[in-house]
Design a protein around this ligand. Structure first.
Ligand code: UD1
Length: 320
């Protein structure tokens, strides 16, 4: 069916969304990208903007009737990939109501509409932020939601959305992918809250000192964007060799921890720079350690991360 039915990708002009569109086109799918350019960028679309199987709608996911409109024009929907969101955690703290509308209510609206349209699959962009600051490592899917207070409106909206997607009932089969720290080409380095790898890569390429917030011994689980895209395709049943995926919530990470100091040193060594690091005060609200348990996705989707941190860093640096 992938030859005729349409895959909808919300957040198509974003970092992960644009890579997903490209992969889906490569698999032979028809793709309808949706983005309102709140944080997405036109230039992310340029590699495939003119592809004959790609269409695009500049629209917010909060507007009702979006999927109905797409189905009326392009025919039945094979899968909805819902990646559009307010992606900045600090922004979510300052704008909780807008975050709720964009990061939660849109999910419910799209799920219901997808169900009415007979769409069989729904894949959602969950987040490691759903765990808040949980010290039980590695983080297992069942741990989220225990806490009564959330670190951010972003984390809460992602958690509630993931739960709704996975509890799809008679709607589309829903899979939520709880992604850890994704990195790779097209990740925007321009804000102080941008992903640490995109920031470090840009600083290294410009010959600036890398800025570490805190002592650098905090750790994260970094996963390369092409591996994340592979998980999306498996979740949607688009990888022929992969098993049928039941509804549920699955972590997507490397399953390994890297400290920020180790990361800084790797990037400095790959760019042949000396030990050029400057230490600053710890970022308020920063979590200390984070690492995913990836047993569930390995067992259910036969997925595993294929790109090592070093290989992914080389690709990211090449793109800068
Ligand atoms: C990430 C997500 C965030 C989510 C959280 C949940 C990104 C960009 N952010 O935040 O949306 O809520 O996971 O787990 O993916 N750092 C430096 N120097 C820099 C930049 C960052 O030392 O120039 C440090 C930070 O203080 C932090 C670590 O690097 O300790 C990682 O930072 P960041 O890439 O922003 O990701 P998270 O904090 O994990």
């Amino acid at each position: 069916t992938s030859a005729e039915a349409v895959c909808v990708v919300t957040g198509a002009a974003g970092f992960v969304g644009s890579h997903l569109c490209e992969r889906l086109l490569g698999l032979g799918c028809r793709v309808m990208g949706v983005d309102n350019f709140f944080s997405g960028r036109w230039e992310n679309l340029t590699p495939f903007r003119d592809h004959p199987r790609f269409s695009f709608l500049e629209r917010s996911v909060t507007e009702p009737g979006l999927l109905r409109e797409i189905a009326a024009e392009h025919g039945p929907l094979a899968c909805v990939f819902h990646l559009a969101a307010i992606v900045s955690v600090p922004y979510s703290v300052d704008h909780p109501e807008e975050t709720w509308a964009v990061n939660y209510q849109s999910t419910i609206g799209l799920l219901q509409e997808a169900g009415r349209l007979g769409c069989a699959r729904f894949v959602f962009a969950g987040s490691a932020a759903e765990y808040g600051d949980d010290a039980r490592l590695p983080l297992r899917e069942s741990y989220a939601g225990d806490q009564t207070s959330w670190l951010s409106p972003y984390g809460e909206a992602k958690y509630r959305s993931s739960r709704a997607v996975a509890a799809c009932g008679d709607g589309p089969r829903g899979v939520a992918l709880r992604c850890f720290n994704i990195f790779g080409p097209r990740q925007d380095p321009s804000s102080p809250y941008s992903g640490v790898i995109s920031r470090f890569a840009e600083m290294a390429v410009r010959g600036e000192a890398l800025t570490i917030f805190g002592d650098g011994h905090q750790s994260r689980d970094f996963v390369y964007v092409s591996d994340v895209v592979d998980a999306y395709c498996r979740a949607a049943g688009l990888v022929a060799s992969a098993p049928e995926v039941p509804a549920g919530i699955y972590n997507v990470g490397s399953g390994t921890r890297t400290t920020i100091l180790e990361l800084a040193r790797m990037i400095l060594s790959l760019t042949e720079r000396g030990e050029s690091i400057r230490f600053y005060a710890e970022r308020p609200g920063d979590i200390r350690h984070s690492v995913a348990c990836i047993d569930a996705i390995q067992a259910v989707m036969a997925w595993r991360p294929r790109v090592s941190l070093e290989e992914g860093l080389r690709e990211t640096l090449r793109w800068m």
